[in-house]
Design a protein around this ligand. Structure first.
Ligand code: FAD
Ligand code: NAD
Length: 451
């Protein structure tokens, strides 16, 4: 049995970033990984999807080039090249992770880890021990328990990322982040896209002003969006089409497509870990942790998607940093209540802090400021007039507590807001900060001025 200071199970953004940090802190680290380095985020999540988002932007730019005075642009989408570029970016980043781990002298073992006891982990025939263990095994796609969901043509996000053709028509079950990013991408590539969402708004975790506006924008681009509809079954017709039946306002309706994506959420990867042997408490909703990411077994931690607190890559990494600090007995000021989150559709949406709905539910008295991209010089110059910025301030203190943006570079703007919320900037301080002109950031200034 080989002994380490720390064992980390899973090499996604939670696991590998934490392993690098722990090694930097002088720990002897073992990183066990069942699949490719980089986890879901690098291999079948954030990065390959964002490659396709960029490809889609280029297609849209070619399509709308005459708006910029560039006439008669002939373009043809070579989807093989799209697939190839995506693979090249992912491989390059994966090689980078392998090199960083080697340089930091992290021991990497390939294989599925299983707990033997609360301090011993087995990988195949080998046994490893450490006084502290971090579980970072991520999550997998969920499927609805309905007829057709187990068929090979019912694809999850990985299945869609592996397509080597552009679907003629694509039905997407679930209008959350994954569903909408793919809807936006394949709409640009020319697929006829239909999104079926169960809730009354798409992107239900976003502020409702943003989700309603995004629905309008995507609909204008030709994405058919059906909300408040429950998908009942999917079946293949004699001519190999997929017939999806849903219930809308008590009536059954259906839609036909060549391809289908189911994106109705993700479930934590707890199977196969033998958590019982370590005595770690978990449920199908994930491993239960406290604010230091500590499980009920004090020397075992769970970070990232596997604790299902917030399934985002950067949250996984920062939870790892928090867990490491807890192991070392160090306190930190990481604010898990101010996490930037983005939806890389075209137009982009992003947020930081509280939504108006969350403020209402918490009984917080608020003031709201809004601005529109159509009144921003840089947005108009860039041909990006579609967008809204909504800032939420605490009515008593006037501190910024929420920012919700749809429009060009929304993710970057939300990051700027994240900084302002963390620094507890007030409306007056924001208005008295000099914003460069012309910049998209001025939508923040205009929104703050409008309160
Ligand atoms: P993962 O990245 O899932 O990594 C877990 C690793 O553990 C995997 O390599 C797995 O093989 C391994 N593993 C599992 N079980 C074992 C075991 N028993 N032994 C050893 N190894 C094991 N988030 C964002 O922030 N921004 C985005 O733009 C974004 N886009 C996304 C797009 C898609 C299509 C998807 C599916 C997700 C996206 N996400 C995005 C979410 C993001 O991918 C996850 O939040 C993130 O990967 C979670 O990191 P993690 O380290 O917890 O787990
Ligand atoms: P999600 O929870 O964001 O969305 C799932 C959607 O499916 C919800 O809107 C839900 O109401 C809907 N749904 C559930 N049952 C349904 C039914 N019967 N019929 C129709 N719709 C139904 O989950 P996701 O889109 O699968 O994404 C999973 C996770 O991946 C998210 O938690 C997210 O954090 C992460 N992710 C993040 C990004 C990003 O940061 N840009 C991108 C992709 C994924």
């Amino acid at each position: 049995m080989t002994a380490f200071d720390l064992i980390i199970i899973g090499a996604g953004p939670g696991g590998y970033e934490t392993a690098l940090l722990a090694a930097e802190h002088g720990k002897k680290v073992l990183l066990v990984n069942g699949d490719r380095l980089g986890g879901t985020c690098l291999n079948e999540g954030c990065i390959p999807t964002k490659c396709m988002v960029r490809d889609a932007e280029v297609v849209n730019l070619c399509r709308n080039s005459d708006e910029f005075g560039v006439k008669e642009v002939n373009y043809l989408v070579d989807f093989n090249k799209v697939v190839e570029r995506k693979a090249q970016v992912v491989n390059q980043l994966r090689d980078g992770i392998a090199a960083m781990l080697a340089k930091a002298k992290v021991t990497v073992v390939g294989g599925m880890a299983t707990f033997k006891t609360d301090t011993v982990v087995t990988v195949g025939e080998e046994e490893f021990t450490a006084p502290h263990i971090i579980i970072a095994t991520g999550s997998s796609s969920k499927a609805l328990p309905i007829p057709g969901a187990d068929q090979p043509w019912c694809l999850d996000s990985t299945g869609v990322l592996n397509l080597d053709y552009v679907p003629a028509s694509l039905v997407i079950v679930g209008g959350g982040v994954i569903g909408l990013e793919f809807a936006s991408v394949f709409n640009a590539f020319g697929s006829e896209v239909t999104v079926i969402e169960f809730m009354k708004n798409i992107a239900p975790t976003f502020d409702s002003d943003i989700s309603k506006r995004l629905k309008q924008s995507l609909s204008k681009r030709g994405v058919k969006i059906i909300t408040g509809a429950a998908v009942k079954r999917m079946e293949q017709t004699e001519d190999y089409q997929i017939l999806t039946t849903y219930e809308l306002k008590g009536k059954e309706e259906s839609v036909t497509s060549t391809d289908l994506l189911m994106a109705v959420g993700r479930k934590p990867n707890v199977d196969g870990l033998n958590l019982e042997a370590a005595g770690v408490e978990y449920s199908p909703k994930g491993i239960v942790v406290d604010d230091n990411m500590r499980t009920n077994v004090p020397h075992i931690y769970a970070i990232g998607d596997v604790n299902a607190r917030m399934m985002l890559a950067h949250v996984a990494s920062y939870q790892g940093r928090r867990a490491l600090n807890a192991i070392d007995g160090v306190s930190d000021s990481i604010r898990f209540d101010v996490v930037p989150s983005a939806l890389f559709t075209d137009p982009e949406c992003a947020m930081a802090g509280l939504t108006e709905e969350q403020c209402k539910a918490a009984g917080i008295d608020i003031k709201i400021g809004k601005s529109f991209f159509r009144a921003n010089g840089k947005a108009l110059a860039a041909g990006e007039p579609d967008g809204l910025c909504k800032l939420i301030f605490d009515a008593q203190t006037e501190a910024l507590i929420g920012a919700h943006i749809m429009g060009a570079q929304a993710a970057l703007l939300a990051q700027q807001c994240c900084d302002m919320i963390t620094a507890r900037r007030t409306r007056k301080e924001i208005v008295e900060t000099i914003f460069g002109h012309p910049t998209l950031s001025e939508v923040l200034l205009t929104a703050a001025q409008s309160v």
